[in-house]
Design a protein around this ligand. Structure first.
Ligand SMILES: [Zn+2]
Length: 286
C-alpha cells in the first residue's frame, strides 16, 4: 500500500502530544467540490488557522499521511461524548484514536477511494492486532453526521443501494474480509451439489438441505461479477439488493439456488443424475 507522507507543520493541528491508539475513527471530508482531494484537505489542515486534523486522508488516487499514528490529531473533539465512547476509549477520545478522512470530491471516483480506505483500515487493524470492533464512525463518538453515507440513508443511497446502517455494516465486513480470507466451503460429501454457470463448472460446491440446493453466495455471485453485501450487525446477506434466506456453514454463506438465481437474474436447472445445479443467463432456447 502506497502512502504519501505530507506531515503537518501547523502546531494548531499537530500539537505533538504522544498517544497510544485504542481505536480507528472513520470520517468524510463532507466537501464534494472539485479538487477537494487528499492533498487539498491536507493543505487545509496545515493552514495556521486550522485547528482540525486527521492521521490519514484518502482519495481515489492516494493516501496522504498527515500525522504519525503515535501523535494526537483533532478529529473527534466535542463538548460531550456518547457513553460507549467514554467507556471504551477515554474522556477525550482524540487522545487514543487514529482518524481517517474519506474524500468525496465530485471529480474523484468513490469506489476507488472506498477500496483504498478499506485496505488502509485493514492494514492498521492488522498492525495493532485489532478486530473490526475497533472501528468507529465519528458519529458513534460524538453524534456528528460523519461520515454521512454511513449515518444518513439519504447520503448512503447516493453511493449505494444500501441504507446507511447497511453501508457501515458492509464497510466493516469488507475490512474483515481482508483480515481473514474466506475459508473454502466444506459441505458433507454425501450432500455435495456441483455447480455449473453457463456450462462452466464452478470450483466451489453447494450442498443439499432438506431437498433444497444451497449454493455458496460469494463464490457464485463473484463468478458473475456481482459483489454480495454482508451486514455484520444483522448477519443479513443481500445480492443486487435482494435479501437472501442464507445459512452459514463454516463461515460461508449459502442461499437456496432459486433465490440466488433470481437475485442474479439467472435461470436454474437441476440435473439429478450428476447432482448439479445449472445456472444460465438469459433464455433457455431449447
Ligand atoms: Zn468526522
Amino acid at each position: 500500500m502506497q502512502i504519501t507522507d505530507m506531515l503537518l507543520t501547523n502546531r494548531n493541528a499537530r500539537p505533538g502530544t504522544r498517544i497510544t491508539p485504542r481505536g480507528l475513527v472513520i470520517h468524510w471530508t463532507a466537501n464534494e467540490g472539485k479538487g477537494a482531494n487528499a492533498v487539498a484537505n491536507r493543505n487545509y489542515f496545515n493552514k495556521p488557522t486550522t485547528e482540525a486534523s486527521a492521521h490519514y486522508i484518502v482519495d481515489d488516487k492516494q493516501i496522504v499521511r498527515c500525522l504519525p499514528e503515535t501523535e494526537m490529531g483533532y478529529h473527534v473533539g466535542a463538548k460531550s461524548y456518547k457513553p460507549e465512547a467514554l467507556k471504551l476509549l477515554s474522556s477525550y477520545p482524540n487522545n487514543c484514536t487514529i482518524g481517517i478522512e474519506m474524500c468525496v470530491n465530485s471529480d474523484g471516483d468513490f469506489k476507488s477511494m472506498y477500496q483504498r480506505t478499506v485496505e488502509l483500515a485493514a492494514d492498521i487493524l492488522k498492525r495493532y492486532g485489532w478486530g473490526v470492533d475497533r472501528l468507529w464512525r465519528h458519529f458513534d463518538i460524538t453524534g456528528k453526521n460523519c461520515p454521512a453515507y454511513f449515518v444518513s440513508d439519504e447520503f448512503a443511497r447516493r453511493f449505494t443501494c444500501l441504507t446507511a446502517a447497511q453501508a457501515w455494516g458492509k464497510f466493516k465486513a469488507d475490512v474483515q474480509n481482508l483480515l481473514t480470507p474466506n475459508p473454502q466451503p466444506t459441505p458433507k460429501p454425501v450432500d455435495k451439489v456441483s455447480i455449473e454457470i453457463n456450462g462452466v463448472h464452478l470450483k466451489a460446491d453447494g450442498y443439499l438441505k432438506d431437498g433444497v440446493s444451497m449454493l455458496p453466495v460469494r463464490a457464485v455471485s463473484e463468478a458473475l461479477g456481482v459483489e454480495p453485501v454482508y451486514d455484520a450487525a444483522t448477519k443479513q446477506v443481500t445480492v443486487n439488493c435482494h435479501d437472501l434466506t442464507e445459512s452459514i456453514e463454516s463461515g460461508v454463506s449459502y442461499a437456496p439456488a432459486r433465490e440466488l438465481a433470481e437475485a442474479l437474474g439467472l435461470q436454474v436447472e437441476w440435473d439429478g443424475t450428476t447432482k448439479t445445479v445449472k445456472l444460465s443467463k438469459g433464455c433457455v432456447c431449447n
